[in-house]
Design a protein. Structure first.
Length: 619
RNA sequence: GCCUCGAUAGCUCAGCCUGGUAGAGCGAACGCCUCGUAAGCGUUAGGCCGUGGGAUCGAAUCCCACUCGAGGCUCCA
């Protein structure tokens, strides 16, 4: 596309002298020096294809920005060096003349066209003094992938499927018992939203010193404090352990790729993502928005037999990047940099894919449950092409029946995406926002696109069907869900908590007086040796204050140590879950905690055991 | 990206409409208190009122732009 190039400078003064004619068609003028004070100088290069419309538009933009700097004197200065695709001199001259005559209210001068000029100018120091533009004839459009453009053309039909496999008209379905599903359905199908407050997890993520915005980065790139890092690590570890148990092979692939690599170019147009671009040594790179291509490119280099299938590759991407629209980013719900567990399974045919799909469906349900959500916390949506539905009705019905409640159905008349079937679990928050967590897809396209092959029973090369699963969804989003769920508890009068296995501090010990500190240290050591995160409030504060601080940090077990405990075997332990003080021995408490966190990963405390040694994180 | 709103001490916020010396609580430092299950007491330090411009004798306060955040639109494979 051709663009007129303009470099605009707000100057204290400019002085120029025409030296000699550069081209035949140069303007006939008297080569005298000229001097202007307090003036905006616009260096202009007219490119091939520029026309009157461009001239008009350019003048509008120039005069608009001149208003902002409070100046109405303009010098149009022909300046060929701004472009390598210059218009012919005659066209350029006529467009420049047109620009000069185009605007009311401005005092417009021009420097002679086609002359070599010597000049001297002084540019003002304010931020708006320098400014460059390129003006084109049509609407300016950001380059978007074909997929993004085409997506809006998809024709969808919405239904509700009940566990018995029956499809219901979405407008006639009785949602009385399924309010969250109704919200999801409206959210997805009717695109209805109505919220006038920020989501509660934003306050909580700061209050609990989990995560915060980092203004020095790009929007949607969060920073995680020790508590947040610990929680993330635990979730990451848990999901990874579960995927490995299911049979995933953990791999690691690069976070950036060459946009012009042949495998990338065609994939781009099938994956509607806005990506971050990076220029490096003449290469145009982009930051990955999923682990798909890394794993596909890897699988392509494997020599595979049908006997190896299904082959499950897994990567936990820290990070995946999607340059979402800035207005779309909120707290931990939707980010531009996020941690995504991504597991692909290469399957030999549709039968095997369906079998594998069932396993991964169960895996995802298990993972979500382990994280601390139950089935009433999310609503399922399942999406497929009409053709796939007609050929696989009983398979779809089987999947839906496992959930045991109605699910949202989106059916596409034609296949538009690379997959024929996809489901996801959506968390519906208290403000009625729906966000996808776990998801799986059956991809019938990318095996071929990436030239991934296996050798079948007849010694023939075949492209596998590929399943794309994230058993938990983005880790940051999981934290968002846990915090939103806690906020909901709080709103409804219950005490907000994190699942015990994720609590940064599981037990806090508070000595009544400093003289009991030594006893507390020994106690803490014993508890810690049992893989429990315990800390010690060694600040010289009142007991009431220390307990309050522990409560506002959502700490589950609080042990107060005084004269009585030092001399007895039982401790008084405050349990946040029951809001009561219980008499119990350390061993009983340890047993209780081990029982509640069994099968879940453990990591040591990520900060000093001593509360007095920690900085206050107030954000 | 577009529209609307917001930004004042480390945090939460008042002051802004109607321009004239910058306020509170929490937190921090120091000291006192030595405490039994959700805030013990006192003193002190801490501010380019987000950044840059404009109008004004004078701006946290009025105007403009930018940055960051929030809500809506759009988007969400």
């Amino acid at each position: 596309m051709q663009n007129m190039r303009i470099l605009q400078l707000h100057c204290d003064y400019i002085e120029f002298t025409p030296v000699k004619k550069e081209i035949k068609s140069a303007e006939e003028i008297d080569p005298q020096s000229k001097h202007f004070d307090e003036i905006v100088v616009a260096f202009v290069a007219v490119e091939e294809g520029d026309n009157s419309e461009v001239a008009k538009k350019a003048m509008n933009e120039i005069s608009e920005s001149m208003k902002k700097v409070g100046c109405n004197k303009l010098l149009l200065y022909p300046y060929a060096h701004l472009s390598s695709k210059l218009a012919s001199p005659n066209t350029a001259l006529s467009i420049l003349k047109e620009m000069q005559s185009n605007v009311d209210g401005l005092d417009i001068h021009s420097a002679p066209f086609g002359w070599t000029k010597s000049y001297k100018l002084q540019v003002k120091g304010h931020p708006l003094a320098e400014n460059s533009k390129s003006i084109s004839a049509g609407e300016e459009k950001e380059s978007t992938s074909e997929a993004l453009k085409a997506e809006s053309k998809i024709q969808s039909f919405w239904h509700i499927m009940t566990p018995d496999g029956k499809m219901h008209d979405i407008n006639k379905f009785n949602f009385v018992k399924y309010q969250n599903l109704e919200v999801l359905a409206k959210y997805e199908a009717a695109k209805k939203r109505s919220v006038d407050e920020p989501p509660p997890h934003v306050k909580l993520m700061k209050k609990l010193a989990i995560a915060d915005y980092e203004a020095a980065s790009d929007a949607g790139n969060m920073r995680f404090f020790p508590n947040g890092r610990l929680i993330k690590s635990l979730i990451e570890r848990y999901v990874t352990e579960q995927v490995v148990e299911y049979g995933g092979f953990e791999v690691e692939t690069p976070i950036m790729y060459d946009s012009h690599h042949p495998s990338m170019e065609s994939y781009f147009n099938r994956f509607p993502a806005r990506q971050y671009n990076v220029q490096s040594e003449g290469k145009q790179l982009f930051l990955r928005f999923a682990a798909c291509f890394g794993q596909f490119l890897m699988a392509k280099d494997f020599q595979m037999s049908y006997k190896n299938l299904p082959l499950r590759l897994y990567e936990l991407t820290r990070y995946s990047f999607r340059r979402e629209q800035s207005g779309e980013l909120v707290g931990l719900r939707r980010l531009r940099a996020f941690t995504m567990p991504d597991c692909h399974a290469m399957c030999k045919d549709m039968e095997q894919s369906k079998e594998e799909f069932r396993k991964r469906f169960d895996l995802s349900r298990h993972v979500i449950k382990g994280i601390g959500l139950d089935e009433s916390d999310f609503e399922m949506a399942i999406r497929f092409t009409e053709e796939f539905y007609n050929e696989n009705k009983s398979f779809i019905e089987e999947i839906v029946s496992k959930i045991g409640k109605p699910v949202l159905v989106e059916m596409w008349k034609e296949r538009f995406f690379y997959f024929v079937l996809k489901w996801e679990f959506n968390y519906v928050d208290s403000l009625g926002k729906a966000s996808a967590l776990s998801t799986d897809q059956i991809d019938i396209e990318n095996g071929k696109r990436y030239n991934i092959e296996y050798i079948d029973e007849n010694n023939k090369p075949q492209n596998p069907i590929i399943l794309h699963n994230s058993p938990s969804g983005a880790v940051e989003r999981v934290i968002y869900v846990l915090l939103e769920k806690a906020a909901k508890d709080q709103k409804e009068g219950r005490k907000p908590t994190l699942p015990l296995w994720l609590a940064p501090t599981q037990v806090r010990i508070i000595p009544i007086k400093p003289e009991f500190l030594e006893y507390c240290e020994k106690l803490a050591e014993k508890i810690s040796q049992n893989n429990i995160r315990v800390d010690l409030d060694d600040r010289n504060e009142s007991v009431g204050k220390s307990i309050r601080d522990a409560e506002t940090d959502w700490i589950r077990y609080i042990i107060v140590i005084g004269e009585k405990e030092v001399n007895a075997s039982k401790l008084s332990i405050r349990d946040r879950k029951t809001s009561s003080v219980k008499e119990m021995s350390v061993d009983e408490m340890i047993k209780e905690i081990r029982e509640e966190t069994k099968d879940m990963p453990f990591l040591k405390m990520n900060m000093s055991r001593y509360v007095s040694k920690r900085p206050q994180i107030m954000v």
